[in-house]
Design a protein around this ligand. Structure first.
Ligand SMILES: Cc1cc2nc3c(=O)[nH]c(=O)nc-3n(C[C@H](O)[C@H](O)[C@H](O)COP(=O)(O)OP(=O)(O)OC[C@H]3O[C@@H](n4cnc5c(N)ncnc54)[C@H](O)[C@@H]3O)c2cc1C
Length: 364
């Protein structure tokens, strides 16, 4: 958004509370010289040629390999659930019809709408309806419980609705047509995007609810990307988030694992181990892996708000804040709430980049 406005001749100030740009997409070289994704792995993928073309002004690309496996009963099994998964799990080759038949027998019907479609009320029902009990218990039940700190039956079905299912042997985790990364990293791409005479970036600068009135006097338009509840001083109460603790380990050999991500649904306190070198393609003799431990987010601690917790209570609270968001979008200095925290909604990078790009072009 800053770049679109600057290219149209507007002066833009960007305030960032952290000591660096690029938000959660930030990557950096660790002390061993390995390029790591500091806030969890960021696998860039998109179907949008418009977005790719725009970003290509700031990046050269490399094809990235996003393969994920899960440790199930002591064996590495490909994800997402596909013919490869069932073949590895059972030891016999599955074809399309056999997977369809397996799922047809395994699926648990829960509630039926007037149209005759299953209407899952929560994430557990969502998984049971799509995959049946065996796959749900082996792959999703404990993983989801670890990830969110609550059982799938207490989460919105939208949390697990994004889990892909494939009737082929394709083992790339995402579905999108373009699976790439900037060849010199994500931060470098955002740095070039912000490098413009009309853009001033102020890092280590928190915009709190107290600052907003003064900012409204100075600027003609504001985009807010922080947590929605904190903007309103949490007047209706706090929205909850899931946070992560990242445990890093370096090994003095080129690779630890066969692919970028290993999920551990059923053992260990961490959910997954990420070896980002598989995606960045960096040529270096050592490797750094990251174990992701889900933890509770607490506003007054060092934890970061990563994932909105889509529970009934939070969604109701969000509705109340959204009424105030609508009121902020009008007036002499409209404030637009954009992004994962400001909208309390999970976005992939390409989704939020495209949304920001379109919104900026509409308002510029
Ligand atoms: C663990 C994890 C893994 C992910 N993996 C992927 C992936 O593989 N692929 C993918 O496409 N997407 C992934 N994402 C999603 C990706 O991070 C988001 O799509 C993207 O970062 C959203 O951008 P954003 O601007 O909405 O939020 P953010 O990147 O969070 O940026 C918001 C910025 O605002 C700053 N800020 C917040 N409050 C204030 C304030 N009051 N004052 C000043 N600054 C403030 C924050 O410090 C932050 O830098 C992942 C996210 C997480 C958490």
């Amino acid at each position: 958004m800053a770049r679109v406005f600057a290219d149209s001749g507007h002066e833009v100030d960007v305030f960032e509370k952290r000591s660096h740009i690029a938000g959660n997409c930030y990557d950096e070289y660790d002390q061993h010289g390995v390029l790591i994704h500091k806030y969890g792995p960021h696998y860039f993928r998109t179907d949008s040629e418009i977005l790719l073309e725009y970003l290509s002004r700031f990046a050269r690309w490399r094809s990235a390999s996003y393969h994920v496996q899960a440790m199930i009963d002591g064996e590495l099994v490909p994800l997402p659930i596909s013919l490869s998964t069932l073949t590895t799990l059972t030891g016999r080759v599955f074809n399309e019809q056999e997977l369809a038949l397996y799922l047809q027998n395994a699926r648990v019907g829960i509630g039926t709408s007037v149209e005759g479609q299953f209407e899952p009320k929560n994430a557990e029902e969502q998984c049971l309806v799509r995959f049946g009990t065996e796959i749900y218990q082996k792959f999703f039940l404990h993983y989801t419980a670890k990830q969110w700190g609550i059982l799938p039956k207490d989460l919105s079905p939208s949390v697990t609705a994004r889990i892909p299912l494939r009737y082929n042997f394709d083992q790339r985790y995402p579905e999108e047509k373009y699976q790439v990364l900037p060849s010199d990293g994500l931060t470098a791409m955002f740095k070039r995007m912000l490098f413009h005479p009309k853009i001033q970036v102020k890092i280590n600068t928190i915009v709190g609810s107290e600052e907003i009135a003064a900012l409204k006097l100075k600027y003609s338009l504001i985009f807010y990307t922080g947590p929605i509840d904190q903007y309103f001083n949490c007047v209706y109460g706090q929205l909850s988030y899931r946070s992560l603790y990242f445990e890093w380990k370096n090994f003095s050999f080129p690779y630890l694992w066969p692919c970028v991500q290993i999920n551990y649904p059923n053992e260990h306190p961490y959910t997954r181990c990420v070896e980002i070198k598989h995606a960045t393609g960096q040529l270096i003799s050592s490797t750094t892996v990251c174990y992701e431990h889900p933890v509770r987010y607490c506003q007054d601690s060092t934890t970061e708000p990563y994932y909105p917790m889509l529970t009934q209570d939070n969604l109701q609270l969000l509705e109340r804040y959204n009424v105030m968001v609508d009121e902020e979008s009008v007036g002499s200095t409209p404030v637009h709430f954009v992004g994962r925290l400001a909208e309390y909604r999970y976005y992939n990078m390409d989704q939020i980049l495209l949304k920001a790009y379109n919104l900026a072009n509409m308002l510029v």
